[in-house]
Design a protein around this ligand. Structure first.
Ligand SMILES: [Zn+2]
Length: 429
């Protein structure tokens, strides 16, 4: 389709492109396609041409992005068919070969060890749409943005939603702060929770018995988790809730996708999954062999040695076993993570990317209009020791019984309480 009719400059550009295809001058072809797109951004065939050129130059991610644009925005069935073939070609090219699969299998025990080590760090950073949350080793929480988490104590895991933050306490109860629209913060009665997750307008809790509870907006069925069982991990972002089962299978509820080809909940054929991440229109799964699968959008089939994944609004991020990070997606600076080292946890949900370093500091790239990347001064982000968590649990139990949370002693006074054993003043408000 020639959208611009007989425009001379456009036609000249097309003619040059044809020449470059014939002569195999793909770098020049990319330039020509860029020209065409600057003249007519709706000329989707140019994305296809540029995609093919990138493919031949071995730039798979760029090619993948271009084919996706055709698939999502073009109204021509022929364009779409060609783009789909391009995507399949890239996926096949970057899939592990037979020989490589054997090597990947050998890496499984090592990757498992790394995943177990970083699991406790992964719950210490979380990214909301436009803010960032960090859990400190002393059980308190820091956050950019407006959610007030100042009084929180004894926290062992955090999750950031769109405008709310959720904290898991050492005794398996949950606290939440921020917008309570659709009752998304109604978690007061929750007990025996071992993990929390937060989507745009909902909150999810994994119970010790492998079942899942959810509150908040259920517009897209994202809270329909009452039938789930044998769940070992949960994730939520945007309008989805994803559950990882003990057998490595994945269950999903929520929004079915805006574009026909986004199928964020099409995860039922996934196998051997050890971690999941999701956003508004796609879902990513980490496999036991360190490779990654995704429902759509980004080419992640060439990723290897991965131990953690995160899903941004228009980018996908993963942490490698050696502590470096890779990212693909939207072309601003949110994917500029190639210089990161010693990373033990990652987070992404909106327009930015967060990395927790092994020394307890945090790095960030991406959009910063709400100061969501102002985390460079944060210190001591990370998990508390197991011993410490047990003490907190004890303190919370004493507190629940109306005793001194520091020593379990009896309290005197009505509004200004004081411990009769250790003498500490207890704030009851
Ligand atoms: Zn006391």
């Amino acid at each position: 389709m020639l959208a611009r009719g007989m425009d001379a400059a456009f036609v000249a550009c097309i003619n040059r492109s044809q020449e470059y295809i014939k002569s195999g001058k793909y770098t020049l072809l990319i330039e020509e396609c860029n020209n065409l797109l600057s003249m007519d951004p709706n000329f989707y065939e140019a994305y296809y041409g540029r995609g093919e050129a990138y493919l031949r130059l071995g730039k798979y991610n760029e090619a993948y992005n271009d084919f996706n644009k055709v698939l999502q925005y073009s109204s021509s069935a022929e364009d779409k068919e060609a783009a789909r073939k391009g995507l399949t070609k890239i996926e096949n090219l970057s899939k592990p070969t037979e020989a490589e699969i054997k090597k990947l299998q050998e890496r499984i025990p090592e990757l498992k060890k790394v995943r177990e080590r970083i699991a406790k760090y992964q719950v210490c950073v979380s990214a909301g749409d436009v803010y960032t949350v960090g859990l400190k080793t002393d059980g308190t929480v820091v956050a950019t943005g407006r959610c007030n988490v100042r009084g929180w104590r004894y926290i062992i895991a955090i999750a950031a939603g769109d405008k709310h933050i959720v904290g898991l306490k050492a005794d398996g109860t949950v606290v939440a702060a921020g917008s309570n629209k659709h009752d998304r913060c109604k978690v007061r009665g929750w007990r025996d929770i071992v993990a929390v997750a937060a989507g745009d307008e909902h909150t999810v809790g994994l119970k010790a018995d492998g079942t899942v509870v959810a509150v908040g907006s259920n517009h897209f069925d994202q809270c329909n988790v009452s039938g789930w069982c044998d769940i070992v991990a949960i994730t939520a972002c945007g309008r989805h809730t994803i559950g990882l089962k003990a057998n490595g299978r994945v269950v999903a509820v929520g929004y079915k996708g805006y574009f026909k080809y986004d199928r964020p909940c099409d995860v039922s054929d996934w196998r051997d999954i050890v971690a999941v991440a999701t956003n508004n229109d796609y879902t990513v799964g980490l496999k036991v062999d360190g490779t990654v699968v995704a429902t759509m959008k980004y080419n992640v089939s060439d990723w290897r040695d991965i131990v953690a994944i995160a899903a941004g609004l228009a980018h996908t991020v993963s942490l490698k076993a050696d502590g470096t990070v890779v990212a693909t997606g939207y072309e601003d600076n949110r994917c500029n993570v190639s210089g990161w080292r010693d990373i033990v946890a990652i987070a992404a949900c909106g327009w930015h990317t967060i990395g927790l370093k092994s020394d307890g500091t945090v790095v960030a790239v991406g959009q910063n209009w709400a100061r969501q990347c102002n985390v460079l001064k944060w210190r001591n982000i990370g998990p508390a020791s197991e011993e410490q968590v047990l003490k907190w649990k004890q303190s919370l139990n004493w507190h629940a019984q109306g005793l001194c949370e520091y020593c379990g002693g009896k309290l005197s006074g009505l509004f200004i309480k004081k411990c009769l054993s250790c003498g500490k003043r207890i704030d009851v408000f």
